[in-house]
Design a protein around this ligand. Structure first.
Ligand code: CP
Length: 296
């Protein structure tokens, strides 16, 4: 695996190998030293969890870590992204962790030739893909449920604008999970084959093992949305949350919009910070894999 661009390009074996490696890193039974590798983080959109857990992962695998500042870079003098990366490659960067608002840019960049070989790792591309989030979500689910193929997940909220939902669905479908999406029409997005769509919360929650709440992405919404109507019909509360459901959220959370704040005090919600923790091990495993592909 030279690049990680999307989940669709991974086989189930590759996904399981990344998770197995992440588990070894988590247990401390696998150590690695990439002291000859140079990894640069380029974040064109805001991030807390993804950026900092990549940085933590880079420290833990002992590579040389660099952070690209868009504001102080020559991109602000008009240099285009290809020339920027070609120069980073010439300087000696071996891998780029990139978050960008464009859905397809990282895929296009990964197909080009540079001064030296360079790997791309997608840290979130527009509304299209967030593969490391999907891997950490699967890793979190797999650690809790032994046989995921017999489990049902309900993804709730702004599915239309969510790269997390798209990557999660692509991954969980590969492992034959039953996938439900619960959203009003304006948040349902393009229907995906093999996914069940619901508009009624009670009906969707009547038979589910996992609930994945999504953030309402106000910054990507152009049309008028009636948030009071959304809250009334779709907000997750202590009252409507099934007793035994495993509650997940990729973060950041809009408290009292997609879920009522007191839900975060429940046992069900303990998973959410474990998702953030597991992100470090998954990102260690992904970086280790792409750097090994370059012999580093
Ligand atoms: N889940 C996620 O991508 O969070 P950040 O935007 O904080 O990285």
């Amino acid at each position: 695996m030279k690049h990680l661009i999307d989940i669709e390009s991974l086989t189930t074996d590759e996904i399981n190998q990344i998770c197995a490696k992440a588990l070894d890193f988590e247990k401390g039974i696998r150590k690695t030293n990439h002291q000859n590798a140079n990894v640069i983080n380029m974040f064109f959109e805001n991030s807390t969890r993804t950026r900092l857990s990549f940085e933590m992962a880079e420290n833990k695998i002992n590579c040389n870590k660099f952070n690209f500042s868009i504001d102080t870079s020559s991109i602000n003098k008009g240099e285009d992204i290809f020339d920027t990366i070609n120069n980073l490659s010439a300087i000696g960067m071996n891998a780029i962790v990139m978050r960008h608002w464009d859905n397809d840019l990282i895929k296009e960049l990964s197909k080009k030739r540079y001064f030296q070989e360079i790997s791309f790792v997608n840290a979130g591309s527009g509304t299209s893909a967030h593969p490391t989030q999907a891997l950490l979500d699967y890793y979190t689910i797999k650690k809790h449920f032994l046989d995921v193929s017999k489990k049902t997940i309900t993804i709730v909220g702004d599915i239309a604008h969510s790269r997390v939902a798209k990557s999660d669905i692509a991954l969980l479908k590969k492992f034959n999970m039953r996938i439900k999406c619960l959203a009003p029409e304006y948040f349902a997005g393009e229907k995906i084959e093999g996914v069940e769509y619901y508009t009624d919360l009670k009906e969707a929650f009547s038979d589910t093992d996992i609930i994945m709440a999504l953030r309402i992405q106000k910054e990507r919404i152009q049309e008028h949305i009636d948030f009071d109507d959304y809250i009334k019909n779709y907000q997750i509360t202590k009252e409507n949350l099934p007793y035994a459901a495993f509650l997940m959220h990729p973060g950041p959370i809009n408290k009292n919009i997609e879920l009522r704040e007191d839900v975060l005090e429940t046992q069900n919600a303990r998973t959410i910070l474990n998702q953030a923790k597991n992100g470090v091990y998954i990102r260690m495993a992904v970086l280790d894999t792409v750097l090994i592909s370059q012999g580093l």
